[in-house]
Design a protein around this ligand. Structure first.
Ligand code: TXA
Ligand code: MG
Length: 325
């Protein structure tokens, strides 16, 4: 049975209390939520997304105080970041307490926490007696959803209710920061630009590479349309004239291609981030042979956009290996 779309917080709350999955709006992307303290409910998230069990979930809390109940200690810098950026698109990875189930953290002794800024989900969290585990509400490895309809397209049969909060304001996932050996580490660029974090934590070290990724935001191949995607210059590709059905994902300009989406005619990186995933989906659905995506300036939200484009491009080989993933 296909999921219903609505904006009834009570219905969402009742279903979550019954251990069901509900898709929720956040300012970044839609999340596939379950009671974070209910192991069975959280297992259902992995099943619905076909997500490997080694990819831990983000736990959404209503406040910094609610976060402190789930973790053992909070570095002073983390407390400052919560005060400055919550509610908002920043996730902090901190040592977990035993009440956070191991399925949520994939066995890690840390938990990823954030307080989302969307008003509907903020009210839902106020209404509930537990936090919500929620990864992005897409099939594993695919493009993240920024509208309720996107959620239904990929996961409509796997859940009963989508809480509709309209199109997401930020459009790329949260920035993820943790601490390793006392140093702040960046696990994923996202909705809070690095430039805004650095006054609090200094220069962020890149996460140490591991065979099991600490943050599968770190998986090289992710965010993938089914149409092959390369990063490059639209003009060069169009000059070559091949393939004939070339789709262009451009930053500022409009191109005469088989299909073209322009992320921000005025060159505003925030607008570009907001439009990114919907544009990727539209180009993916237009029957092109190849998508060429133009990189954006590597500053502010541009870092998160370029990061997602690189992973979508890296997914090309992986997607060809396992069609219909
Ligand atoms: O904006 C967002 O963060 C969205 C919305 C729904 O809140 N959520 C999201 O979730 O992007 P997801 O599952 O697509 O990405 C969560 C990332 C994963 O890459 C995961 O590995 C990382 O958070 N993560 C979770 N727990 C972690 C931990 N203990 N240590 C390091 N990374 C962790
Ligand atoms: Mg995701």
């Amino acid at each position: 049975m296909a999921a219903r779309i609505g904006n009834d917080i009570e219905e969402a709350a009742r279903r979550l209390e019954a251990g069901e999955l509900v898709a929720i709006p956040t300012e970044t992307v839609y999340g596939l939520a379950a009671n974070a303290l209910d192991e069975r409910a959280c297992l259902a998230i992995f099943e619905a997304k076909r997500r490997p069990s080694f990819d831990p979930l983000i736990v959404h809390v209503r406040s910094a105080q609610a976060a402190e109940e789930l973790v053992r200690d909070v570095p002073a810098a983390a407390r400052e970041l919560m005060a400055a950026f919550w509610p908002g698109p920043l996730t902090l990875v901190l040592p977990k307490r035993a009440l956070v189930p191991d399925v949520v953290t994939s066995g890690l002794d840390t938990v990823a926490l954030r307080s989302p800024a969307h008003p509907l989900t903020a009210r839902l969290l106020e209404r509930l007696a537990f936090p919500l585990a929620a990864p992005s509400a897409n099939l594993f490895g695919r493009v993240s959803p920024t509208t309720a309809e996107h959620v239904v397209e990929q996961l409509g049969d796997a859940l009963g209710y989508v809480l509709d909060g309209g199109p997401c304001e930020v459009g790329v996932e949260s920035t993820i920061v943790g601490w390793e050996a006392g140093r702040a580490v960046l696990y994923r660029p996202g909705g809070v630009p690095l430039e805004a974090l650095e006054p609090f934590v200094g220069a962020l070290a890149p996460a140490a590479s591991r065979s099991t990724p600490a943050a599968p935001g770190m998986l090289a191949a992710h965010y993938a349309p089914r149409t092959p995607l390369v990063i490059g210059s639209p003009l060069e590709h169009l000059a070559h004239g091949s393939p004939a059905r070339l789709a262009v994902l451009a930053f500022r300009t409009q191109h005469a291609a088989f299909a073209c989406r322009t992320l921000s005619p005025s060159g505003d990186l925030r607008e570009a981030a907001r439009n990114l995933f919907a544009a990727l989906r539209e180009l993916d659905a237009c029957g092109a042979d190849l998508i060429v995506a133009e990189p954006v300036p590597d500053e502010g939200l541009g870092r998160a956009i370029n990061d997602r484009l690189r992973r979508a491009a890296a997914a090309r080989g992986a997607a060809e290996d396992s069609q219909g993933r």
